[in-house]
Ligand binder design. Structure first.
Ligand SMILES: *[C@@H]1O[C@H](CO)[C@@H](O)[C@H](O)[C@H]1NC(C)=O
Ligand SMILES: *[C@@H]1O[C@H](CO)[C@@H](O)[C@H](O)[C@H]1NC(C)=O
Ligand SMILES: *[C@@H]1O[C@H](CO)[C@@H](O)[C@H](O)[C@H]1NC(C)=O
Ligand SMILES: *[C@@H]1O[C@H](CO)[C@@H](O)[C@H](O)[C@H]1NC(C)=O
Ligand SMILES: [Zn+2]
Length: 346
């Protein structure tokens, strides 16, 4: 079950990956995690994807791991993202709904795992993105992610025939250039790699670049009049309640990790700095990195343990990435928020 996310992608390349998985299984190294609550996944159907209809021409497509959105107007189709794992299946999903051509392609953000199949649309398609996304793409020149022709700074009102999308930039969160994409009539909001409906965030809080901006994004989402939420992952779409739940989760992680840092400034026998750093430095004289690595690992594990007490039964896969998320939170609490515990000014 825990390979659920990877299976659609892996079957495409079964030759090379299948034997890696079976070798790991044979050697008995495969981790066993808590089972996934059934409500956190939707059945994909025979073609490996699932299409959710939000009404009035607004659709979400998922392959179980990644999501994209498309909006059918009377003058052509607007597509938001095309993750390579979806790729041609997104074109088939659209083709089964309408004969209209794709005329506009919106990049939610620059990351290849969400827009890396942008090259499946021809050059006539109008590509739209935040200007920071254009800048990040110019740095890498990936032929699969063509430069957007239309860029904007704060807001962009995209009107195509009878459909309207409101694109807004509210500052850096997951990374800079990550935009809010809103369909006002159906109250559908898309923001990628921030909220993971029903699931614990991916490793390092979804590979976050700016933790304070990421935390703030939860409130920015809740300012919208919102019925459906598309987060870019994983399976089903979300609701306002999913956003509220993840806000509660992130607040708990923040508080638990801050408490852990404070405890590490005491003589606590598990996370106290002297107890953690002392033995490593004795074993590795002068090796500050070695000592600090242990500090980060132990405090992250302690914060993850505390957070799992509540969240293991509330969000899928809490036991998979909780330590990674806690380590990211601890490092941000230290260097962004200045909660330094034993490393504060004496
Ligand atoms: C716009 O037109 C398309 C194609 O005719 C239709 O499917 C869709 O429901 C319409 N949406 C709105 C918001 O009028
Ligand atoms: C409809 O979906 C099926 C299954 O994905 C696909 O094989 C077919 O090509 C699609 N039709 C169109 C017109 O895209
Ligand atoms: C830990 O610190 C507290 C307060 O400074 C002190 O009362 C206690 O004796 C210490 N415990 C140990 C095991 O050193
Ligand atoms: C976290 O929990 C595990 C499992 O109960 C335990 O083995 C480990 O010692 C705990 N880690 C810390 C740092 O408290
Ligand atoms: Zn991303």
């Amino acid at each position: 079950m825990r390979f659920g996310l990877l299976i659609p992608a892996l079957t495409l390349f079964s030759g090379s990956y299948a034997h890696v998985i079976s070798e790991r299984q044979d050697s008995g190294e495969v981790e066993q995690y808590a089972p996934i609550p059934p409500a956190s996944v939707v059945p994909l159907g025979p073609n490996g994807y699932y299409v959710e209809n939000f009404g009035r021409g607004v659709y979400m497509v998922t392959d179980g791991g990644y999501q994209a959105m498309f909006v059918v107007s009377d003058k052509g189709v607007i597509v938001v993202d095309n993750p390579p794992t979806l790729g041609r299946n997104l074109l088939y999903a659209i083709g089964n709904v309408t004969k209209a051509p794709v005329t506009h392609f919106v990049y939610s953000h620059s990351h290849a795992d969400h827009i890396g199949a942008a090259n499946l649309f021809d050059d006539k398609v109008k590509r739209i993105a935040h200007r920071d996304t254009a800048e990040l793409l110019a740095d890498v020149e990936d032929p699969n992610r063509a430069q957007p022709k239309i860029t904007f700074r704060d807001d962009y009102h995209l009107r195509v025939g009878n459909q309207t999308l409101e694109l807004s930039y509210k500052g850096e969160n997951h990374l800079r250039g990550n935009i809010f994409i809103y369909h006002p009539m159906q109250k559908v909001l898309m923001l990628v790699d921030v909220i993971f409906p029903g699931w614990t965030p991916f490793a390092q809080l979804g590979q976050v670049k700016n933790v304070p901006g990421y935390i703030r994004a939860h409130d920015q989402i809740l300012e919208y009049d919102l019925k459906h939420f598309v987060g870019g992952h994983l399976s089903r779409s979300g609701t306002r309640q999913d956003v509220e739940i993840q806000k509660e989760y992130v607040t708990d992680l923040f508080n638990n990790c801050a408490d852990t840092i404070r405890l590490s400034a005491t003589n606590d026998t598990t996370v106290g700095a002297a107890a953690v750093l002392g033995p490593v430095l004795a074993q590795n004289p002068g090796n500050q990195w070695a000592a600090f690595r242990s500090y980060l690992e132990v405090t992250a594990e302690f914060c993850a343990n505390k957070t799992n007490e509540k969240w293991l039964t509330r969000l899928a896969a809490a036991d998979v990435f909780q330590e990674s998320n806690a380590e990211t939170m601890i490092e941000s609490l230290r260097i962004d928020y200045g909660i330094l515990g034993p490393f504060a000014t004496m």
